[in-house]
Write a protein that binds this ligand. Sequence first.
Ligand code: GGG
Length: 353
Amino acid sequence: MNIKKIAVIAGDGIGPEVVAEGIKVMEKAAVLDGRISFEFTHFPWGCEYYLEHGKMMADDGIEQLKAFDAIYLGAVGYPGVPDHISLWDLLLIIRKEFDQYVNLRPIQLLDGATCPITHGTKENIDMLFIRENSEGEYAGAGDWLFKGKQEEVVLQTGVFSRKGTERIMRHAFEVAKKEKKSLTSISKGNALNYSMVFWDEVFEEISQEYPEVETYSYLVDAAAMHMIMDPGRFEVVVTSNLFGDILTDVGAALAGGMGLAAGANINPERTYPSMFEPVHGSAPDIAGKQIANPLAAIWSVSQMFDFFGFEDIGENILQAIEKVMTEGEVLTPDLGGNAKTNEVGERVVQLLK
Ligand code: GGG
C-alpha cells in the first residue's frame, strides 16, 4: 500500500468548506482503488491564525511541511489582513521555498458546463496553462523609497533568470510533446524590453530542441482577446507568473466560472512537496453558507492523483465531476443550482467508480 502524507491548510473563507469535500473524494477514491491511502495532518494557518499570532503560519512552518508528500490548500485572504500579507506569508512563500516552479492550470469546458461569454465548445476550450510560478513579476523584488514624501518612488522588479526561464520552457515543451499538442508562449516583448525580450529569445532557443512541437507566440493583450474570440487556438500555453495569474482567470470564465478552476503547484524534481489548490480565493462574502462550489478543489485532488502517478484515479475523479455537471441536479448556485457545497461533494463521491 502506498501511503501518502498530506498537509491540509484549509485556510480562510470558503477554504475549509471546499477542502472538506476534496478530502472526502480523496479518501473514497483511494478506498475504491486500494493501491493508495492518505494520512492527513491539518494546519490551522491563515488569516485567523494571523489575527491571533501576528503571522500566517508557525515560524517553523516550512520545516514542518517538508515532512509531507503534498500540501492541499483551500484559500487565503480575509478582511482585516492586508492581501499582500496573506498571500506572501503563506501561499507565495510555500511556492517559493518548495521551488514549485510549475503552476498547472487546466482550462477545459467539461460536458454539462457552459461558457457564458462565447459559443465555445468542449472541443475548442481545452487548454493547459503552464505558468512560471517561482520568479518573474512575483519575485518579491523591489523597494519603496522616500515613503510619504514628495519624491516617493516604488519599484517592483520582474526577475527572469536563465535557469528559471529555461526550466519552465523545457517543462512546457515536454508536456506539449507528450500530449502531441502545440505550445504557445505568451509574453509582451514589445513593451517589456528586457524581461520579455529575454523570455521570447529563450522560447525560441528551447524550441530548437523540440522540432516536433508546433509553436506560437502571442503578446499578452492579443492573447487575452483571442482566448475570448477564438479559444481553439490555444492548447498548451507557457507564460510568466503575472500573465498566467491573470489569463487563467479569463480561462476560468471560459470554462464555466471560478468554481471550476483547478490548480497544481508542482516541484517536478520532487525534492519538496507540491501543493494543490483551487484557483479561486477565499470569497468571504459567501463563506460559512455552504454555497461555495467545491468542484475546483475536487479537480485539484484529481491533479494530485495524477502527480502521484495514479492518472487512472485522477481520470475517475474528473469523470465523476463531469457526470455531476451533465446530470445538472446537484449544483451550487454559481452553476444555476441550489445544492449545498457538501451535497455536491457527496454526489461526486457517489459517482466514483
Ligand atoms: N486558492 C488559493 C487562493 O486563495 N488563491 C488566491 C490568489 O490570489 N492566488 C494568487 C496566485 O495564484 O498567485
